[in-house]
Write a protein that binds this ligand. Structure first.
Ligand SMILES: [Zn+2]
Length: 477
């Protein structure tokens, strides 16, 4: 009897679960049935499959979020985008950003209190959408970033896909801290369990902890990217342990040279090459740091500053940490860094060290989205060809992230992350700025929409300026 009773209960539960599943189904179906079909006609495709640089006068069909065909049949219902005289390339991947999240509480903290400063994720993503940056690698991720990613996945926000790296630091550093090998291993295991996909190593780790983190991360199939901790000063080669996947800034190496010699650049490039470690130079950041150490004039005149959140604008202009260090020795130091970073990247290219494009956007002066085009220009200035620079921001970057099967090239079956350009970036890298429209995960934003979104954002930022004073905000007043 008992058995029958439990069977009935089970059947009852099963019916509830099943009917709930069924009840949700029409919704799920509805979301996938609606088809958005576009065709870009007569366009020159830069696929970034390097064997086939430009496919001329092609037609590309996009159904929902995917590239359905290239030079295939065109569905009757397709909305037509005229690509005549234009170029189509994959969306850009920024390999080093810090995505802002709701923050605080600044001032008194109370149980049950949420954040006190809120960011509009759509406003933030508008900066990337407008610049064709369709994938971000966040290098200091927190639980809030998973929430942001879900908002995008649900279609509540149109924005970039995001790869998330958990940051581990030593000493009294921020966030996850580890000061022994075992703490380092545990921090990696926790990050893995929490869902992070990559590990970011930071400057205050000690040598044994750094090595343990890289080793443990590899055991859990997590790639490591990082700063090179100061503890390696004087024995840099020790940092190049197996599975140390990428150095996050060129200056992480530059700070290990005393005289900025060609021999040192060659030595560092050899260390990267021998260990299979990639380099993300982040030229834009060091250029901006050098500029702000000199003065704030360039920052004040920066046209894209108007698009940054007013709180960031206030912080950059009134509490600029780099401008505070302004003395002649520091000015010279950063000028040397800029020069040596260029030398280093030249040597890396010569040895075949893979290079990817990243901006470190959120550093003062480095405006999200816009900075990506500066980075491309600086990569070319350092000796990469236009095609190599584009590759560093598309296919190559996707490969390091392990998402090359879905983004990074223009190919049938890939996600519709695309930039339509008025001019050919293979001829002049600055042509990546001549944007006629962007597809972000299948959402089409034409030039007039991009212009209107940016104008609206600038207007709202300017109107809100008086409400966002950095010093008042962090004091909780
Ligand atoms: Zn960074």
């Amino acid at each position: 009897m008992k058995k029958i009773f439990y069977s009935i209960i089970n059947l009852f539960l099963f019916t509830i679960i099943y009917s709930n599943l069924f009840a949700q189904k029409p919704n799920l179906l509805k979301r996938t049935i609606i088809q958005e079909v576009y065709v870009i006609k007569n366009v020159n495709i830069i696929s970034m499959n390097l064997s086939n640089s430009v496919l001329q006068n092609a037609s590309l069909v996009i159904i929902n979020d995917r590239i359905a065909s290239i030079n295939g049949p065109i569905p009757n219902e397709a909305k037509i985008i005229d690509g005549t005289g234009k170029w189509l390339m994959p969306g850009l991947i920024d390999m080093h950003v810090h995505v802002p999240t709701d923050a605080g509480p600044f001032g008194p903290k109370l149980p049950t209190q949420g954040a006190t400063v809120f960011f509009d994720l759509q406003d933030f993503m508008t900066l990337h959408n407008s610049n064709g940056v369709t994938t971000l690698f966040d290098l200091g991720s927190r639980p809030e970033h998973f929430g942001q990613r879900n908002e995008i996945a649900k279609g509540q926000v149109i924005g970039s896909r995001m790869a998330l790296a958990a940051m581990i630091d030593g000493g009294k550093g921020q966030g996850r801290r580890a000061n022994t090998a075992e703490e380092g291993r545990q921090a990696v295991r926790s990050a893995k369990a929490e869902g992070y996909e990559f590990i970011k190593l930071y400057s205050d780790l000690n040598i044994e902890t750094f090595k343990a983190i890289v080793d443990e991360a590899a055991k859990h199939s997590l790639k490591s990217i990082g700063h090179i901790p100061d503890a390696f000063q004087g024995h840099l080669q020790e940092a190049f342990v197996p599975n140390f996947g990428m150095v996050a800034h060129a200056e992480e190496l530059t700070k290990h040279t005393e005289n900025y010699t060609l021999e040192d650049a060659q030595r560092f490039a050899k260390l990267l090459k021998a260990n299979g470690t990639w380099l993300c130079p982040t030229f834009t950041t060091i250029e901006w740091i050098a500029s702000q150490v000199r003065s704030l004039d360039q920052l004040k005149a920066l046209p894209s500053l108007q698009y940054m959140h007013p709180l960031s604008q206030s912080k950059w202009l009134t509490a600029n940490r780099y401008n505070k260090m302004s003395d002649s020795a520091t000015i010279v130091k950063f000028e040397n860094y800029v020069k040596f970073n260029n030398l280093l990247v030249k040597e890396c290219k010569a040895l075949g060290v893979p290079i990817v494009a990243g901006t470190d956007a959120s550093t003062s002066g480095v405006v999200f989205g816009f900075a990506m085009h500066d980075e491309l220009e600086l990569l070319v200035k350092a000796g990469l060809s236009n095609e190599e620079a584009l590759n560093a921001a598309t296919k190559q970057a996707a490969t390091w992230l392990g998402i090359e099967s879905i983004v990074g090239t223009v190919e049938t079956g890939k996600k519709a992350d695309l930039i339509l350009l008025e001019a050919n970036p293979l001829e002049n890298i600055n042509n990546t700025k001549k944007i006629a429209g962007v597809f972000v995960n299948g959402h089409w934003l034409d030039k007039s929409k991009i212009k209107a979104d940016l104008a609206d954002l600038s207007k709202r930022n300017t109107a809100a300026k008086a409400d966002w004073d950095w010093k008042k905000t962090i004091s909780g007043k």
